[in-house]
Write a protein that binds this ligand. Structure first.
Ligand code: MLT
Length: 321
């Protein structure tokens, strides 16, 4: 029996090609796809591939009558209602490997941009000025980088930061200290990380413990002039508290690639604030990463539909139903 697949959010061509090779799979919709287009195709779909643009919430999933799997081409599944999916017996899987390096490289780019004011100087020169003194930066060498969340991306950032001769410390309650030590990184508690770091980079998922972990109280524990990078999830930071700390100089700069609401609404306290660099969720946006996660997602779907095999399941309870 043929299976119907929707590949939304402009998932990479490599994924489409892989699916097209399978005689038992029919691609019923692909490309950018609006919510309405997905809803239209959903009642006859067996699998849905998405990136972060599609919100697979309970309302959207209510249109699925035979959907077996959702494959997220990327890491975060915060755009999928896992409870609703589980209730409907839909297995949700992600592709945690494919964009690690792109995200880690981008994080270093954001750190260097903060340290050396590269985007600010570019903009200034475009506006006709030749200003040098205002853009005197700092070196990364010898500075302490605190990595919050020491999973795949955190570790890839650590390796690159060590090549810049930074001192690297990390916090992650779920990663054994010896994994860090083997890389030349010290695991510390969160208060120590806040106290010691010149740069802090966030690589955690959103949980009840991590939501708004960067707030007035935790910022108070940090070094004066600390620089903060977030290419993980917007809700790790309390926006208004960070804006206040930037204005007071307590936080020397922030580079943000992610936001609580994407795109952020016009009244977001951080957008356009001097001292804040912001980019539109680009860390994983390389052709390399998108090919990787697209292929991984297509393979997950093929294996699930044709062989009944599941990997990287984000709602394991669904398998015990
Ligand atoms: C991820 O979760 O994989 C990244 O944030 C990139 C994306 O949203 O696709």
């Amino acid at each position: 029996m043929p299976f119907n697949v929707i590949a939304a959010d402009n998932v990479d061509r490599a994924a489409i090609d892989l699916l097209a090779k399978e005689a038992q799979i029919t691609l019923i919709a692909s490309g950018k796809l609006s919510r309405d287009q997905i809803i239209q195709a959903l009642p006859v779909a067996d699998a849905l591939i998405i990136r972060s643009a599609t919100k697979a919430d309970a309302e959207l999933l209510s249109h699925a009558t035979q959907l077996k799997v959702i494959a997220r081409a990327g890491v975060g599944v915060d755009n999928v209602d896992l409870t609703a999916a589980t209730e409907k017996g839909i297995v949700v899987m992600n592709t945690p490997d494919g964009n690690t390096i792109s995200t880690a490289e981008y994080t270093l780019g954001l750190m260097l941009s903060l340290a050396r004011f590269i985007p600010n100087a570019y903009q200034d020169m475009r506006e006709g000025r030749w200003e040098r003194a205002a853009f005197t930066g700092v070196e990364l060498r010898g500075k302490t980088l605190g990595i919050v969340g020491f999973g795949r991306i955190g570790r890839a950032v650590a390796k690159r930061a060590l090549a810049f001769e930074m001192n690297v410390i990390a916090y992650d309650p779920y990663i054994p200290a010896d994994i860090a030590a083997d890389l030349g990184v010290w695991m510390v508690d969160l208060d120590t990380l806040f106290k010691e770091s010149d740069f802090i980079t966030l690589h955690s998922v959103i949980t009840d413990e991590t939501r708004f972990m960067i707030n007035a109280e935790t910022i108070d524990k940090m070094k004066h002039g600390v620089r903060i990078v977030n290419a993980a999830r917007g809700a790790l930071i309390h926006d208004d508290d960070l804006a206040t700390a930037i204005k007071s100089g307590k936080v020397g700069g922030a580079a943000l690639d992610v936001y609580q609401i994407e795109p952020p609404p016009g009244d977001n306290a951080l957008i356009g604030l001097p001292g804040v660099l912001h980019t539109p969720h680009l860390a994983a946006s390389t052709s390399d990463a998108q090919i990787n996660v697209g292929i991984d997602a297509a393979k997950l779907v093929i294996d699930a539909l044709l062989n009944g095999k599941y990997a990287n399941v984000c709602n394991p309870a669904v398998l015990n139903r």
